[in-house]
Design a protein around this ligand. Structure first.
Ligand code: GLC
Length: 441
C-alpha cells in the first residue's frame, strides 16, 4: 500500500466520527489567563513554580468529563499530556515536573484514558514539541520562549540533542504505558524548529512500531497556519514520513475543505475554542452559542472535515459551567440529528443558500438554517431525490402542492409550515431533512 492508502485506512474511523473534545488543562489554569501566560507575561520558571507547588485539582473527575463529551455526541477526545510550559500530566520517568509530584499525587492521564474508554470514546494525546521548562530547550535565541531575547538566559551550555532524547523518551512512554492510543496531536513546528529538527523520522518510526494504527496531526512539520500547503508536505503528491494523517486548521474552517496537489481530499480537523482561549481564562466570557457551534460542526462535515471543540478545565479540575451548558445543548441536537454528521461528508453539489448539505452513500441530508419564503427549493434536484423525512422525528415531509411552483420541474421543493409556508422552521438551530438519492446529483 502507498503511504496515502495507509493513511486512508488509518483515518477511516476518524472521518466517520467527525466530532471530538479538545482538553487544555495544566498549571496555567491557576493564573487563569490562558495557556500562553508564561510567554505573554515573560514569566520565569522560578516565578511559575508557585503554580506547580499549588496545583491541587481536588474536583478532577474525568468520568464526568467523559460523560459530558459523550452526551454532546463527541466520539473522541484529545488531552494535553504536556503543553508548552513543560508540565506533564502523566507519570514520566524522565522528569520531576509532573502531576505525580504535585498535591494531585497521581497520573492524571491514566485516569483520563480509563474514563473516556469506559464511555466508549477514543483517546488522543496532545504533546507539545516546545518545552519552556526544559533547560536544554533554546531560551534567549528562540522566537517564542518566555525568556526570548533575555541575556540572563543565554543558550550556551544548552544541548538540544538532550532535549530531543527527552521528548522522544516521553513520546515512547505515552505510546507504551496507556494501551492503544488513537490520536497523537503534536504541537507545533515553527521557522527553524520543524521536521528533522525534531528528529521526526526517528520519532515516527518509533511511534509506528508501538502504535501502528494511531493517527497523527501535521504539526511535526506544520502548524495551524493556512491549509498546510506552506507549512507541511501532507498536501504534496509524496508526503514525508512525518507529514501526519490530517491537517489541523486552527480557529478557522477552511473555505472549501482541503485537497492535495492531486486533487484528492485530505483528512482535516478544525480545532476551535468555545470562548477565545484554549486554557482556562477566568475573564474570557466570549462564549460561542451552541447554535453557532452546531452549525460549524455541520459546515466542517459538509466540507469533508472534523471539529475538535475545546474545553479548558479550571485549576480545581472542573469544566466551566458555560462549556457544560454548550455541550448539553449541542448534545440535544446531536441526539436527534447525529446520523446527518457521523459517517457523512460532502454531497458533491453546490452549497444551498439556506444552509448546508451532507451526504452518506445514497442519502442526502439538507441542513436548513434559514426559512425561505414559500416552498424551499433544492436547486437542480428536481426528480433526483425522493422520500423526504425530517431526521429529528422521522416524519414524512408532505409533497408540496402550491400554485407558486406549478410547472417547475428543475428543482425539488419542501415546506413545513401551514399551506405553502416554511416558517417557522421546526428547529431554528438546524432543521435536517433527509432524502434518498435516485438520480445523478
Ligand atoms: C496553538 C497554541 C497552543 C494550542 C494549540 C491548539 O498551537 O500554541 O496553545 O494548544 O494552538 O491548536
Amino acid at each position: 500500500m502507498t503511504e496515502i492508502e495507509k493513511r486512508t485506512q488509518r483515518t477511516r474511523w476518524f472521518m466517520h466520527d467527525r466530532f471530538g473534545m479538545f482538553i487544555h488543562w495544566g498549571l496555567y489554569a491557576i493564573p487563569a489567563r490562558g495557556e500562553w501566560v508564561r510567554n505573554a507575561e515573560r514569566i520565569t520558571v522560578e516565578d511559575y513554580q508557585r503554580y506547580f507547588d499549588e496545583f491541587d485539582p481536588v474536583d478532577y473527575d474525568p468520568k464526568a468529563w467523559a460523560k459530558a463529551a459523550k452526551a454532546a455526541g463527541m466520539k473522541y477526545a484529545v488531552l494535553t499530556t504536556k503543553h508548552h510550559d513543560g508540565f506533564c500530566l502523566f507519570d514520566s520517568a524522565y522528569t520531576d515536573y509532573k502531576a505525580t509530584n504535585t498535591k494531585a499525587g497521581r497520573d492524571l492521564v491514566r485516569e483520563y484514558v480509563d474514563a473516556f474508554r469506559a464511555e466508549g470514546l477514543k483517546v488522543g494525546f496532545y504533546y507539545s514539541l516546545l518545552d519552556w521548562h526544559h533547560p536544554d530547550y533554546p531560551h534567549e535565541s528562540d522566537s517564542i520562549h518566555p525568556m526570548r531575547g533575555n541575556p540572563d538566559y543565554p543558550d550556551q551550555g544548552r544541548d538540544f540533542s538532550r532535549y530531543i532524547q527527552y521528548f522522544h523518551n516521553q513520546v515512547r512512554e505515552l505510546c507504551t504505558n496507556y494501551g492503544k492510543i488513537d490520536i497523537l496531536w503534536f504541537d507545533f513546528s515553527y521557522p527553524g524548529m520543524a521536521g528533522e529538527k525534531w528528529e521526526a523520522t526517528k520519532l515516527i518510526q518509533m511511534v509506528r512500531s508501538l502504535q501502528p494504527d494511531v493517527i497523527i496531526d501535521n504539526r511535526l512539520e506544520g502548524s495551524g497556519e493556512g491549509d498546510a500547503a506552506e507549512t507541511g508536505t501532507l498536501l504534496q503528491a509524496e508526503p514525508s514520513i512525518y507529514a501526519g494523517d490530517f491537517v489541523s486548521p486552527e480557529q478557522i474552517i477552511p473555505a472549501k475543505g482541503i485537497r492535495n496537489v492531486l486533487g484528492d481530499p485530505v483528512p482535516w480537523e478544525a480545532c476551535i475554542t468555545m470562548n477565545n482561549n484554549w486554557g482556562y481564562a477566568a475573564a474570557d466570557s466570549y462564549w460561542k452559542p451552541a447554535k453557532l457551534l452546531v452549525r460549524k460542526l455541520v459546515e466542517c462535515v459538509s466540507k469533508g472535515g472534523n471539529l475538535l471543540l475545546n474545553v479548558g478545565p479550571d485549576a480545581k479540575g472542573r469544566i466551566p459551567q458555560q462549556s457544560l451548558a454548550i455541550l448539553e445543548e449541542m448534545g440535544r441536537w446531536m441526539a436527534k440529528n447525529g446520523e446527518s454528521i457521523y459517517g457523512c461528508g460532502p454531497a458533491g453539489i453546490e452549497k444551498p443558500e439556506w444552509g448546508w448539505y451532507t451526504r452518506k452513500g445514497d442519502t442526502l441530508y439538507a441542513h436548513i438554517l434559514e426559512a425561505p419564503i414559500g416552498p424551499m427549493a433544492l436547486v437542480g434536484l428536481g426528480g433526483k431525490i425522493v422520500e423526504p423525512r425530517r431526521v429529528a422525528d422521522g416524519a414524512e415531509i408532505p409533497k408540496v402542492v402550491s400554485f407558486n411552483i406549478n410547472g417547475v420541474t428543475e428543482h425539488a421543493f419542501i415546506n413545513f409550515g401551514p399551506g405553502a409556508g416554511t416558517y417557522p422552521l421546526p428547529d431554528e438551530t438546524d432543521t435536517v431533512v433527509k432524502f434518498q438519492i435516485v438520480g445523478d446529483l
